[in-house]
Design a protein around this ligand. Structure first.
Ligand code: ADP
Ligand code: MG
Length: 390
């Protein structure tokens, strides 16, 4: 038995849920061989017991097939995130952490970031879901290669779709393609609540939520429905985009959502032929804003044609081209986000009690508001106060 044989045998053991093996991921360390006895450590990133069990079983079988008699596979897994540290209303209690991805305006790469961060978190061994809550412009189905795939519905519950190792749900998968819905305040709240309550998400380490652009009813509804663990803002380097992003960061503050940082997207351009990096919209211009909000730029993602084609073709760059510069930066950003989430949990988690509607149950904010409510409102329409009474 040699180290070479051990490594070759272990490279047949896939990391559960992925197409990459535990040797390629760099998890296998401290190989000690004593005759036909083999021991090694496997530093995995998932705290799920079933992941450790599967790796142990498959490694033992793979090594025994090569002649090993005793196999000691010492799994080193991270601590489970503190599940109950977050408090307040939670419509999806099986989800341990919620990451809200926002931007001041559309077209800055919020969906691209959401998709790639979600896949990068899963590549770290976490159980991840992606909720495309951009009800005005749902992009996740196309970007995840799930265009036209209809989810399975049982009663009033919906199974999330699966792609690239993560669970996915989007309004785009529930409506006919290209169909437009006109969203009113109360409908937005209902849709957000249904996404959390009526989608059968598994026990997830993290649900990544791609929000509609701006700071409106969807953001407030989400913050009221679940304790959002952290917020991420996506911006482009131009001043006009930064102005809008400030609003997005201020919104997180008002909703008591801790910041996971800022992704500066379209930050420079990497020419595919030469690899030379050019400034197009500027670069690094978000730093003063990060300082102002006491947060950090966790990634500068360059303009790379592969990001756009990856999005259009449903093959996100993080998965299809993990050695590209942008994939590496998305992976770093995901690691930074997860470190922040773990720190937030270690410090007691989050609480959304402070952002709940203020009127007692059963009492409408409309009836207590200074301005009298309209005598009769059309069915399903909000009074516009965000009171949630309709
Ligand atoms: N860094 C990038 N390089 C190249 N294309 C990008 C990059 N970021 C986003 N795009 C493309 O720009 C378009 C808008 O991005 P998208 O993620 O849909 O923005 P948003 O969700 O903020 O509206 C998409 O076609 C996407 O593929
Ligand atoms: Mg989008």
């Amino acid at each position: 038995m040699t180290e070479e044989i051990v490594k070759t045998a272990l490279s047949k053991v896939m990391y559960p849920g992925f197409t990459k093996d535990i040797v390629t991921f760099g998890f296998v360390n401290n190989i000690v061989i004593n005759g036909t006895d083999v021991s090694f450590t496997c530093d995995i990133t998932s705290s799920a017991a079933e992941v450790a069990g599967q790796i142990k079983d498959e490694s033992t079988a793979a090594l025994k097939a090569e002649g090993a008699t005793n196999v000691n596979c010492n799994i080193k897994a991270p601590q489970m995130p503190k599940e109950s540290s977050s408090q307040g209303k939670n419509l999806a209690p099986q989800v341990k952490n919620f990451l809200m991805i926002s931007s001041g305006k559309g077209g800055v790469g919020k969906s691209t970031t959401s998709v790639n961060i979600a896949i990068a978190l899963a590549a770290q061994g976490l159980k991840v879901g992606l909720l495309d809550a951009d009800i005005y412009g749902p992009n996740a189905p196309r970007m995840m290669g799930l265009d036209g795939v209809k989810p399975e519905v049982t009663g009033n519950k919906v199974m999330p779709l699966k792609a690239y190792g993560i669970e996915v749900m989007s309004m785009g998968s529930l409506m006919d393609e290209g169909q437009a819905l006109i969203w009113r305040g109360a409908m937005i709240m209902k849709a957000i609540e249904q996404f959390l309550r009526d989608i059968l998400w598994s026990e997830l380490d993290c649900l990544v939520i791609d929000m509609p652009p701006g700071t409106g009813d969807a953001q407030l509804s989400l913050a009221q429905a679940v304790p959002v663990t952290a917020g991420l803002t996506v911006t482009t380097p131009q001043a006009v985009s930064l102005d809008d992003s400030r609003r997005s960061l201020n919104m997180f503050k008002k909703l008591n959502i801790p910041l996971a940082g800022i992704v500066e997207n379209m930050s420079g351009f990497i020419a595919p032929d030469t690899g030379v990096e050019y400034d197009i919209f500027g670069k690094g211009t978000s730093q003063p804003m990060a300082d102002e909000f006491d947060t950090k730029i966790i990634a500068e993602i360059p303009i790379e044609p592969g990001i756009r084609t990856g999005g259009d073709e449903g093959k996100p760059v993080t998965f299809s081209n993990p050695s590209s510069e942008s994939a590496k930066r998305f992976a770093q950003a995901a690691a930074s986000i997860w470190a922040t989430i773990e720190e937030i949990n270690a410090n007691g988690g989050v609480d959304n009690k402070g952002v709940q509607p203020t009127t007692p149950p059963g009492v409408s904010a409309c009836s207590t508001a200074a301005a009298p409510a309209p005598a009769k409102e059309p069915e399903g329409e909000s009074c516009g106060t965000g009171c949630g009474c309709h």
